[in-house]
Write a protein that binds this ligand. Sequence first.
Ligand SMILES: [Zn+2]
Length: 188
Amino acid sequence: MTEHEKSEKTSSTSDQKYHKRRRKVLLVIAILFLLLFPVISETYFRCAICSMLHTRWRIMGLGLPLHSWKQPVESSDWYQTNIEAKHQHVWVQTGYLEGKTFYGLKTLMLQESSLSTGPFVYLSLGNTGQMRIYQKSSDPKEARKIFLRLAHNEPYGSDAYKEQLEIWRRLNEWMESRMEDPWPFETQ
Ligand SMILES: [Zn+2]
């Protein structure tokens, strides 16, 4: 074998090695992407009328809907039986989002107030809170109106926004009194 042939052989072997290494790196990146990169965003909603929970899966970044489901709680069952047999749910998004990988593994958790679509979700209601408010309020129909006032975000700083803050504050204070104080809103 001449010197020239020897050097060509060495160079083709190092080329092969380079391509092999490159393939390995790409494979590792692809595996890491599948294992770690969140491709599904999971967002959470609560109905402003009955407290039913609702979860939505979308393709991260594109917002395309993938899957969604509802989860009744004690308040929503009670509302359906005692107040309205049927109603159109008014979904209010919470400020929390989870990112899931292709395989459903949670790799991202985000708490961001700008995600929330109404102050209603900041009332600590749990599974039974809204039901107890309806029961203790002077009139469930009035309480329903109050909840709907908190179901969306009024423009920051506007008069409507200030009114909304006031409603939220009064409702919270009343809840802190274990709902023993008189209902803090005028009954019309
Ligand atoms: Zn509802």
